[in-house]
Design a protein around this ligand. Structure first.
Ligand code: FE2
Ligand code: FE2
Length: 378
């Protein structure tokens, strides 16, 4: 490996991870774009070793996935009515929170003039934004797993990844259907999320697709879906998320199991490159949760409101909670402590290192199977 160790600035484009001006400067300027092309040079790998089950854990996942298929069109109660405005209030009440900024010091901000009407509109737009970003992320997963089918050298992994392609198609489908039929508008992809997907897809090394998608993006999605599932009072969304999550825990387990084997053969310098990639992904994912596009649509300059938001304790908790799966999974892969603990230092700076001792998803998935709990929501 000849690559030089890179500085924070070289990795994420700014020296200070909390530099709000720099975060906000990354903005989607082409919201009407219909197509987005990412170039990638990578090897498509055939294997002549068809020995099914030579990686027993991947084989088990594959067999499980075949039985766990569900149908986005027919397995969910789509007739459930959704009242977005009522939901903003109901969710706040159910979670002991307020929907209208009560208790926040808004003096000196444009929000000081907001009444219930504006806050409810903000809540509605947040729902549209959140589900739109989930949908875009799912398309990223669809594309990445198709690429894994081509590039991974092991037959058991190709088999398994092919089932995940189908899972992700269903996830795109289900979020899009929910947006179209139950919500009130789509948002284009957030720029931080798009940059991350671009980086993952442009990398030619097959294990980087895994690391970026299966470990980082899906690890975050699993935590975010879990949070929303717990928080929402909307029964259709709750059930939809249960179905999606039952697939996602399998996906993250696939990532952990595959990379564990591969990383055990890498040098310290090679692992350091993986650490840098994981760190970059972590920062990009955190940046997107500032919901710049929603503030913009509400006519509020996101740069004015972001510093205030970052100080709200619930927000800080939510942001760090998103890493509750990623950190233990990186630890399991040996990424925290390789190369003199570089990633441990970075995750400490991000304020998420405390999650390192939670159960990793590989183990979690095993336990789930062992206790006979159905992986498919019933
Ligand atoms: Fe998915
Ligand atoms: Fe997934």
């Amino acid at each position: 490996m000849t690559q030089e160790m890179r500085s924070t600035e070289e990795i994420i484009g700014r020296a200070d991870i909390n530099d709000l001006e720099a975060i906000m400067a990354v903005y989607n300027t082409d919201v009407d774009e219909e197509r987005h092309v990412v170039h990638s040079d990578y090897d498509t790998v055939f294997t002549w070793d068809y020995d099914k089950g030579s990686r027993p854990k991947l084989d088990k996942l594959y067999e499980k996935a075949k039985k766990a298929q569900w149908n986005a069109q027919t397995d969910l109660p789509w007739e459930t009515p959704v009242d977005q405005e009522a939901l903003v209030i109901a969710n706040a009440v159910a979670n002991g929170a307020t929907f209208n900024g009560e208790g926040m010091d808004l003096s000196g901000t444009p929000l000081v003039t907001w009444g219930d009407k504006e806050w409810i509109e903000f809540g509605v737009q947040s729902q549209n934004w959140t589900l739109s970003q989930f949908m875009h992320g799912e398309q990223g997963a669809l594309v990445c797993t198709a690429k894994i089918v081509e590039s991974v050298p092991w037959i058991d992994a190709k088999y398994y990844a092919s089932t995940q392609v189908m899972d992700e198609a269903r996830h795109v489908e289900v979020f899009n259907k929910y947006l179209d039929e139950k919500l009130s508008g789509h948002y284009p992809i957030n720029s931080h999320l798009r940059l991350l997907l671009d980086d993952i897809i442009a990398d030619s090394r097959w294990d980087m697709t895994y690391l970026g998608m299966q470990i980082m993006v899906e690890g975050l999605a699993l935590a975010a879906f879990g949070f929303l599932h717990q928080m929402t009072t909307e029964p259709l969304l709750k059930q939809l998320l249960r179905y999606v999550m039952s697939d996602e825990s399998r996906h993250v387990a696939f990532g952990v199991l595959s990379l564990q084997e591969y990383y055990s053969g890498l040098s310290a310098a090679e692992l350091r490159e993986r650490q840098e990639f994981a760190f970059e992904a972590a920062v990009r994912m955190r940046d997107r949760f500032l919901q710049q596009e929603v503030w913009d649509r509400m006519g509020v300059d996101p740069r004015v409101i972001a510093p205030l938001l970052l100080q709200v304790p619930e927000r800080q908790m939510f942001q760090s909670m998103l890493f509750s799966k990623i950190v233990p999974n990186c630890k399991k892969l040996g990424l925290l402590d390789a190369a003199d603990g570089w990633l441990r230092t970075k995750f400490t700076e991000l304020g998420v290192i405390a999650f390192e001792d939670l159960t990793d998803t590989g183990e979690e998935y095993d336990t789930l199977q062992a206790t006979g709990e159905a992986a498919v929501a019933s």
